[in-house]
Write a protein that binds this ligand. Structure first.
Ligand SMILES: [Zn+2]
Ligand SMILES: [Zn+2]
Length: 278
């Protein structure tokens, strides 16, 4: 008698037959080739269409031309020492003074050029398709740092509900979700909330920024944070005040460690000297 059960068994036997496996593989390959043909994946940097689905979203030339952040850097806040490339990693002045509440922070690339453009287009132009290439930068930085890999969950920097309504999405949450999917870590959107409206930080100096974000965040569900290690994710690290304030709140609620990861990092002096906007 033909039942759903033995139909499923027959399909399973049929599917696992070597010929069928080959055929399914061929069908998949043809499907991928058709997808490439009609919806070519373009390089997020130069727009080159010679990319294949499932591979890097940056062509090799663009990947190599990105200003990747690397040693020598401060092992705590991750600021690179661009003026002394031969020095070993060492704590920066801010970290010697205990300026930050996070345990470590890392960024993939320096803020500028095409990455700055893509972040702007994502954030202010609603070009959500730039999320995967930017998350790819996060993933590369995450994979190159053992401390970042020791976390239990990813938490995006939250937006105030008013800003969320204006923008329609939280770019940090989009990046966090995509990173979580890539590195197989849970993303918690409900453990941290931005309860107080703050003015945009962009034009504020460091101390004013500190005042501006104080008390802006609230930890929710402390039971989910107790003794856990958190990775805060954001698009840009500017002075680190927002990330540090989030880390303070999460730790107060019981988080054992808080690390941070951003796609890009503003180096104010460097950017000013080079005449780059930030
Ligand atoms: Zn390219
Ligand atoms: Zn530092």
């Amino acid at each position: 008698m033909l039942t759903i059960r033995n139909l499923a068994d027959r399909w399973e036997r049929c599917r696992s037959h070597p010929g069928a496996v080959r055929l399914l593989g061929d069908v998949r390959e043809v499907g991928a080739a058709l997808l490439d043909l009609f919806f070519p994946v373009r390089c997020a940097g130069c727009g080159d269409a010679g990319m294949r689905a499932g591979e890097s979203r940056w062509c090799q030339a663009c990947r190599e031309s990105l200003a990747w952040v690397g040693s020598p850097l401060c092992p705590c806040c991750g600021t690179p020492f661009l003026d002394s490339p031969a020095s070993p990693d060492h704590l920066c002045g801010d970290c010697l003074n205990g300026a930050f509440h996070f345990d470590s922070a890392r960024s993939a690339v320096l803020y500028g050029g095409v990455v700055r453009e893509r972040i702007h287009q994502l954030k202010f132009g609603g070009k959500l398709h730039w999320t995967p290439p930017l998350a790819e930068l996060l993933e590369r930085a995450w994979r190159s740092d053992a401390t970042q890999q020791s976390v239990d969950m990813i938490v995006p920097i939250p937006l105030h509900i008013r800003r969320l309504r204006q923008r329609g999405f939280n770019q940090s949450a989009l990046l966090a979700r995509e990173l979580g999917r890539r590195v197989e870590l849970p993303v918690r959107l409900s453990v941290l909330d931005r309860t107080r409206w703050t003015d945009p930080q962009t034009r504020l100096k460091r101390n004013a920024r500190l005042e501006n974000v104080k008390g802006a965040f609230e930890a929710l569900c402390p039971a989910r944070l107790e003794g856990r290690s958190v990775l805060l994710v954001d698009d840009v690290f500017t002075t680190g005040t927002t990330i540090s304030e989030c880390a303070r709140v999460l730790k107060k609620a019981g988080a054992a460690e808080v690390h941070a990861l951003t796609a890009a990092r503003v180096m104010a002096d460097f950017h000013m000297r080079k005449g780059l906007e930030f």
